[in-house]
Design a protein around this ligand. Sequence first.
Ligand code: ZN
Length: 364
Amino acid sequence: MVPHPLAQQRSDGWELGYDVLELAFWSLTRHEELGRTDLDDRDRFPAVASHAFKHGYLDRPIVDEWLEILGQTLLRQWPGLQLRTRRFATQVSHDADNPSRYAFGGLKPLARMLALDVVRRRDVGAAAKGVVLRARSRHSLQPNDPANTFDWIMEQSDQRGLTSAFHFLCGRTHPTLDAYYDPEDPRIRFLMRAIHDRGHEIGLHPSYGTYRAPDAVAAEFQRLRQVCMEEGIAQSQWGGRMHYLRWDSAATGRALNDAGLDYDNTLSYADAPGFRSGTCIEYPAFDPVSNEPLRLRIRPLVAMEATVIASRYLALGEGEQAFAKFAALKDACRSVRGTFSLLWHNTSLETDRLKELYCQVLDA
Ligand SMILES: [Zn+2]
């Protein structure tokens, strides 16, 4: 229950009980995240510290709901008014942190993968296959590489009339948390061309240490554009998402804007899915430090697959519970005719069950 009526009729017209525009501004600009020190071990503002999580509304596009009320109130006041209409949509994107399970990096990352196969998955066969795959992947990514799910992803998107955006890392700002590939690698160039030729999108995945480093963002974007230009990849817009969803409200949007990106798709939390900025509708970014609107557009992310599935986050597994969570978030977007923006890594489709879950979510 809210203390004041949301809207009420008075003798001289309708009155809103809340300043919804002020609330929307506060939420969209992520004002509550400024100057915070209660960050997680990756220096991120976590969902659990947010007002929305603490008050149980992170799974609702609250700004869109407020503006819906504002719209309805305006219509009561001026019944002939034409409000802008929207259509519900689904958006899928994929961060190519590891385009191959075994192909890239020196012997250390390879040994780590093989050790994971043997120790954690108890799959000696996979490790043996890994050694063979490594040898065969010297010039091209192999179709039986468990991380090479790009064609399958594009097939799913094609069947449903969706465009997939694939984000590539183009720099190293952390010794172990960034990619082992370079965008100039012929195997990556081939992959980017294949994505582009099928009508899907290439985007930037700024590396781990860039979220407060505007020069690094600009250099990485430049590197991506250079490779794409050499490969004949032209796009009308360029967007991306920060690696590890690292985002500093005071710096990251400004950095992406100044580097020349058209949109960003980072804004969700790693530790809980939902509506970090209260909306599932694209909006113009705003620099809360200089108090200036930016050219950059924010496309809010609603869920990352790992946030729902992985044991370190919601731990809902790969079954019914996970599906129900994704479906509820999608319904929340549908209810305000917004966009359900889903991040699903190419490496999270290694099993039939994960592929099935992904399709179920797309079809929900
Ligand atoms: Zn990433």
